[in-house]
Ligand binder design. Structure first.
Ligand SMILES: Cc1cc2nc3c(=O)[nH]c(=O)nc-3n(C[C@H](O)[C@H](O)[C@H](O)COP(=O)(O)OP(=O)(O)OC[C@H]3O[C@@H](n4cnc5c(N)ncnc54)[C@H](O)[C@@H]3O)c2cc1C
Length: 380
């Protein structure tokens, strides 16, 4: 046995998913003298995918029935609303409209069937007049109304998770970049670089259970795990999504989504609002080679053209570049969408290791359900 520091469980990554996992683990092992650490390379939590998304609480409509995305989204949505109520996290069940032309009405009805199969039972089909009453600025022939779709202040949500986890004894370690993971007979040895921009130093510790929730870096970390068969690591593709803010007051009172196009990597350029009612449009989809959050302002015209299919009054100069995010996709451009990939010992043969790959949308909505799914699989 070495004389290094030792933790029972280490979670890598303090995005919304790592934070939710740490919180659920802390609840499971409350008062049981189990040590849990969460390592984050940045100065604080949630600075990557978790702060560059639409902040929508999804209903669970689109995902293939029986997939982890469908199941964890539907369960996660309920858990998330209860969490927000219990811990005063700002959110609003604002509702969403998926709007369709006459030629898309069959597809809209199919979407409703899929939603029902996924356990989303509250959708209502609206005709043109009903839609006009709800959203007079929208041009469409029919819509699906999803009353359980909402918006959330994701920063406050993450703050609540961290606060609750710390109160239950979880140790949060910012400025801690995981560089390499060795496996010894009875433990993982996690090699970190602490405080890399100031008084950089190396630190090693042992842990029994290791959970890799590093978002866009999950594959890179997996490649450093000495005992892991590397052919179990799925390939990562970066798929960027840009958002443009709308100048002026929102003409809508719901989130507005076009019909999803077949074989696209996103849900179409839709209209979402944040908790201060600022309207934004996006995200589009663009496969990229590198992580880069620059937005090409010239895209405003293309955005306006796409949005005008359901909001004819939009003009390119109504739109301002806002921010962008990068999806950690497991499918290449044009390939069928993939599910969340949560790998435990059964998938890779390494006891004590759980890795999360491809945690794109609806990862924010599903975060508490993902965390419970993982917590059930952790055995000390
Ligand atoms: C454009 C876009 C729109 C989206 N919209 C929605 C939506 O409306 N609703 C929804 O439910 N979901 C949405 N999602 C999905 C959701 O945002 C993600 O599923 C979720 O944020 C992923 O969280 P995470 O914790 O896995 O990743 P991250 O938030 O990226 O967290 C990973 C953390 O790991 C840390 N890390 C990385 N490498 C290391 C290392 N070596 N050592 C230590 N720490 C490390 C990072 O710094 C980071 O903090 C969207 C995603 C995108 C990209």
């Amino acid at each position: 046995m070495s004389n290094r520091d030792s933790f029972d469980i280490c979670v890598i990554g303090a995005g919304v998913i790592g934070l939710a996992i740490a919180y659920e683990l802390a609840k499971k092992y409350k008062n049981q003298d189990v040590s849990i650490v969460i390592l984050e390379r940045e100065s604080s939590f949630g600075q990557h995918i978790s702060s560059r998304n639409s902040e929508v609480i999804h209903a669970g409509i689109y995902y293939p029935t029986g997939s982890l995305k469908a199941e964890l989204c539907v369960t996660g949505k309920e858990l998330l609303y209860s969490h927000c109520e219990q811990f005063d996290v700002p959110h609003q069940k604002i509702g969403k409209l998926i709007v369709a032309k006459n030629t898309e009405i069959d597809a809209l009805a199919q979407l409703k069937k899929k939603a029902i199969a996924n356990g989303v039972l509250d959708l209502q089909l609206l005709n043109r007049a009903e839609l006009q009453r709800l959203e007079p600025h929208i041009e469409a022939d029919a819509a699906l109304h999803s009353p359980s779709t909402g918006i959330i202040d994701s920063h406050s949500y993450m703050q609540s998770l961290l606060h609750l986890a710390e109160n239950l004894g979880v140790q949060f370690s910012p400025y801690s970049r995981v560089e390499e993971i060795d496996t010894e007979a009875d433990a993982f040895v996690v090699h970190c670089r602490l405080d890399e921009n100031r008084n950089s130093e190396q630190y090693q510790f042992n842990c029994q259970q290791l959970i890799n929730a590093a978002g866009l870096e999950a594959q890179a970390i997996a490649h450093t795990v000495s005992s892991l068969p590397k052919n179990t690591i799925p390939r990562l593709y970066y798929c960027k999504g840009d958002y443009f803010g709308y100048r002026g007051r929102s003409p809508f009172s719901h989130l507005i989504y076009p019909m999803p196009e077949a074989n696209t990597a996103g849900l179409g350029i839709h209209a979402t609002m944040d908790m201060s009612s600022q309207l934004k449009f996006g995200p589009d989809t663009e496969y990229v080679e590198e992580i880069d959050f620059e937005i090409d302002g010239n895209k405003a015209e293309a955005f306006a053209k796409s949005i005008s299919s359901y909001f004819p009054a939009i003009k390119g100069n109504d739109l301002n570049p806002a921010y962008s995010g990068i999806r950690p996709k497991l499918s290449a451009l044009g390939e069928a969408a993939t599910d969340f990939e949560i790998q435990g010992e059964g998938a890779h043969g390494v006891p004590g290791l759980i890795q999360l790959f491809g945690m794109e949308s609806p990862g924010l909505t599903a975060s508490l359900a993902i965390a419970r799914h993982i917590t059930e699989r952790v055995v000390l």
